[in-house]
Design a protein around this ligand. Structure first.
Ligand code: FRU
Length: 513
């Protein structure tokens, strides 16, 4: 390792000790500081990396540049949690070296010691990641025999290089029991490649997918591939391939199909584009590896940001945060077919601090504006409207409301759409790409419509009808006093239920805990 990186490593290591939480009341309390989302204490963060569960801990590594708040020579930051919610910062896991900067990748538990790296009781965690050096991208590995606390880069790095490809990155690896091989899915410009390996060190190309499927509005990045049951039926399984797109547009799409250990076959028309999120700020999401079978969930987290403005959003001493952790489900939806559905993980219920309001079976008009004017910092709204009884034109919430504006979140009943409109916040007009309205068609237009909304200091996540549609949006309102308004235009709406909880911060000073 060059001396420059050795000096850096020393500097950071002396600054951080495991579990250190500063005893300051301003800790994680800045205006735009997410209260129940993960963000680094300082520095720049982008993609989640190396999501793995091992021995009671969920690991979250992430693209990290500690010396600034823009993308720089990337490192792997590191945090762990026992509940997917409260994160404990650990020292930087991996530094750039002579092979290159530390780009995105994954971590797996090498259960059967196929790599031969295990030399004690603990199973070995193996990281597989891209290293970037002056535009050249190669895949490398590193291993840890102490529960992810320290990492050794493999002396034979890189383990996979194909100089003919410039965009050649973001490996996601899993154990494929049918072929008894490790499988790597890798983003290669406008498609994904598949490689397999018996030992995580030697990789062989087996196939590719995507050059003429789905959206190509940008380069493909951060793929993931996993098998899912359809509506929990173990006799009906499909493979899901997810991929992020970075270009004119920044977003995530998915494909449903078959995977035989060598390559993926799309079951839907190749020109069909299936977006994962209807908002603008959900990117580079990948799923946790090695979740115990007894849990069985497919869990993932995304970077809550969007490359076109990622380096320009308001920032303090840090820039970037993650979404909440979500559970993925593959569901058959009447009138649509199979859909990748996202739900907030149930662990989030543990930060509900107080029930601010809870009403059932009432008309909007009878509520008498009981909600409007409520001032809450971070909160969760659950609304169920019975459309068969309602004749309203549009209903929803004006959130982040102050003298300068609001964010409009709701259902356009006449058009059968759900939307989030960021155009009414004054300072959004100063930021390119922010003053926009995002909408999605409602799949179920009559019957019950459910909105489940998470509001943090600078974001909104809305799950429509149990996650059939999800909106992930950053919101920057300049005022500190922000109220809620519940509205319904024309006619009336029948509220099956409406509950609002205020939410606790996950970043506690020890003396307040
Ligand atoms: C996605 C991405 C990856 C790359 C990483 C670099 O956001 O561009 O393709 O590995 O970020 O930080």
């Amino acid at each position: 390792m060059s001396s420059f990186y050795l000096v850096l490593e020393k500097m950071y290591t002396s600054r951080y000790t495991e579990g250190s939480i500063k005893m300051r009341s301003e800790y994680y309390n800045e205006r735009y500081r997410p209260q129940y989302h993960f963000s680094p204490e300082y520095g720049w963060m982008n993609d989640p990396n190396g999501l793995v569960y091992y021995d009671g801990e969920y690991h979250l590594f992430y693209q990290f540049y500690p010396l600034g708040i823009v993308h720089g020579p990337m490192h792997w930051g590191h945090a762990v949690s026992t509940d997917l919610l409260r994160w404990n910062h650990l020292p930087i896991a991996m530094y750039p070296d002579d092979v290159g900067f530390m780009f995105s990748g994954c971590v797996v538990v090498d259960e059967h010691n196929t790599s031969g790296f295990q030399h004690g009781k603990e199973k070995t965690l193996v990281a597989v990641f891209t290293q970037e050096n002056n535009g050249r991208q190669v895949q490398s590995i590193a291993y840890s025999n102490d529960r992810g606390r320290t990492w050794e880069k493999y002396s034979g790095n890189p383990v996979l290089e194909r100089p003919e490809f410039r965009d050649f990155r973001d490996p996601k690896v899993f154990w494929h029991s049918e072929t008894e091989k490790w499988i790597m899915v890798l983003a290669v410009k406008d498609r994904v490649h598949f490689y397999n390996s018996p030992n995580l060190k030697e990789w062989e190309f087996t196939g590719e997918f995507g050059s003429s499927d789905g959206s190509h509005d940008g380069v493909w990045e951060c793929p993931d591939l996993f098998e899912m049951m359809v509506d929990g039926d173990k006799n009906n399984k499909k493979w899901v391939l997810t991929v992020s797109i970075n270009g004119k547009l920044s977003g995530m799409q998915y494909f449903i199909g078959k995977f035989d250990g060598n390559t993926f076959v799309n079951e839907n028309p190749s020109e069909e584009v299936r977006w994962i999120d209807s908002g603008k700020d959900f990117y580079a999401a990948v799923s946790w590896s090695d979740i115990p079978a007894a849990d069985g969930r497919r869990l993932w987290i995304g970077w809550m940001n969007c490359w076109p403005y990622a380096e320009k959003i308001p920032a303090g001493k840090w820039r970037g945060n993650m979404s909440i952790v979500r559970e993925l489900v593959l569901s058959k939806i009447d009138g649509f077919g199979l859909k990748l559905v996202q739900k907030p993980v149930s662990e989030l219920e543990s930060i509900r601090k107080g029930e601010i309001i809870s009403v059932r079976d009432v008309w909007y008009s009878a509520l008498d504006n009981a909600i409007s004017g409520l001032m809450l910092d971070t909160y969760e709204i659950l609304l169920e409207i019975d459309m068969s009884k309602s004749n309203s034109d549009q209903l929803g919430f004006k959130l982040f409301r102050d003298e300068d504006g609001y964010v409009d979140v709701g259902v356009d009943v006449s058009k059968g759409k759900v939307f989030i409109d960021r155009r009414h916040i004054a300072c959004h007009h100063k930021m390119e790409g922010f003053a926009e309205r995002h909408e999605a068609g409602l799949i179920r237009k009559d019957g019950i419509i459910k909105l489940h909304i998470y509001v943090d200091r600078a974001s909104l996540e809305m799950f429509v009808n149990e996650g059939e549609n999800v909106f992930t949006e950053l919101i920057f309102s300049e005022s500190d006093s922000r109220s809620i308004e519940f509205y319904c235009t024309e006619g009336d709406a029948y509220i099956k239920s409406l509950t609002i909880y205020s939410l606790d911060s996950i970043w506690k000073c020890p003396e307040k805990a």
